[in-house]
Design a protein around this ligand. Structure first.
Ligand SMILES: [Zn+2]
Length: 98
C-alpha cells in the first residue's frame, strides 16, 4: 500500500513539474519571438491575439487613440458633416464626452 501511495505522489510531482516546465518554456519562447520585434504596448499578433488591422478595406486613424482601423471594423460616426472612424466603442464614448 505504501508503494502505491508513493507512486501517486510521484505522479502528482511529475505532473506538477511538467506544468512548471511548460510555463517556463512558454515564457522563454515568448521572450524570443516577441521580445525583439515588438514593444510591450504592441504585442505580437498570434492565435490568442489577432491583429487589430485586417487586410483589405481603407484604413482610418482613430481620432482618440491614433490606432489604425480598417473601414469594415471601425465604428463610424458622422458629426459636423465629417465621418469619424473609431477603433472601439470606448474611443467613441471618449470622443462624445469631450
Ligand atoms: Zn481608438
Amino acid at each position: 500500500m505504501t508503494g502505491f501511495i508513493r507512486l501517486i505522489g510521484f505522479l502528482i510531482l511529475a505532473i506538477f513539474a511538467i506544468s512548471i516546465l511548460r510555463t517556463v518554456i512558454g515564457l522563454v519562447a515568448k521572450l524570443f519571438t516577441g521580445g525583439a520585434s515588438s514593444r510591450a504596448s504592441h504585442p505580437a499578433p498570434g492565435p490568442g491575439n489577432p491583429p487589430k488591422v485586417k487586410a483589405g478595406g481603407t484604413l482610418h486613424r482613430c481620432p482618440v487613440c491614433g490606432t489604425l482601423t480598417s473601414e469594415s471594423l471601425a465604428i463610424k460616426r458622422t458629426s459636423g458633416g465629417e465621418i469619424h472612424y473609431y477603433c472601439s466603442p470606448d474611443c467613441e464614448k471618449r470622443a462624445e464626452s469631450v
